[in-house]
Design a protein around this ligand. Structure first.
Ligand code: MN
Length: 244
């Protein structure tokens, strides 16, 4: 199973969660929300080949942590993956749009100069702005839009720009989410949880709950769950092959 967007470091007992993921041979992209969290989060999974840590600066923290872009620049050479980065246009954060955009552009420019990376990107309420920024940094690597909540027109644009998508149980539980996933190219879709932020049955979702997304995807794709697993694993391998 694959969890392409999980905040392992934010669980109450990350070691316990990681142990269980290791036993089940999970592939996980362990995303971070600030550059300061990079070393500690990476250390959590130091002996797990299948858990990869990504260097990020979450858009909801950009107004408090913009000065950490210098640390981001310092650490980029150590990081093979980038995320969580992006923009958040929801009500509480529109007042910080300028600083968010400055931070996001700075990061994209650093990533581009460093040869590009696989990037896990937040775009809630800001899909067009995120895509505008990405269009200016076409050599920044491969964007994975996580938990995409835009319109069908925005989705079309994202697909035409080469974006990938990671989708989780919460997104696949809604009709809107399902209809978006139907329009995504099957060979650019991966599963995610966004745990512990996302909830399942009112509890923080765990990486292994990603299995629910696999079942939901099977319905959308009209495949057997084991066939869906084959598609997802082959997608992950194709993606990793593109990472320089
Ligand atoms: Mn997240």
């Amino acid at each position: 199973m694959i969890d392409m967007h999980c905040h392992l470091d934010l669980y109450k007992d990350p070691q316990k969660v990681i142990l269980q993921c290791k036993e089940q041979n999970f592939y996980i992209l362990s995303v971070t929300t600030t550059p300061k969290a990079w070393h500690g989060t990476k250390a959590l999974a130091q002996d797990c080949e299948r858990i990869r840590t990504s260097l990020g600066l979450h858009p909801q923290l950009a107004h408090e942590r913009y000065h950490e872009v210098d640390l981001f620049d310092e650490l980029i050479s150590q990081a093979k993956y980038v995320g969580e980065i992006g923009l958040d246009g929801s009500k509480e954060y529109t007042q910080y749009q300028d600083v968010q955009t400055r931070v996001f552009n700075h990061i994209l420019s650093t990533v581009e100069k460093s040869g590009g990376r696989i990037m896990s990107i937040h775009s809630r309420g800001a899909v067009d702005l995120v895509l505008d920024c990405l269009a200016n940094y076409q050599d920044a690597g491969i964007p994975i839009l996580h938990w995409f909540t835009g319109t069908k027109t925005q989705l079309k644009r994202a697909i035409s720009m080469g974006c990938w998508f990671s989708v989780g149980p919460a997104m696949l539980a809604t009709e809107k989410g399902k209809s978006l996933v139907k329009k995504m190219p099957n060979d650019r879709v991966l599963t995610e949880t966004d745990g512990p932020f996302a909830k399942l049955n009112r509890k923080s979702i765990m990486p292994w709950d990603v299995q629910k997304a696999t079942f939901q995807l099977s319905e959308v794709w009209q495949l057997k769950p084991e066939q869906t697993d084959v598609v997802l694993i082959s997608n992950l391998k194709n993606l990793l092959r593109k990472n320089m």
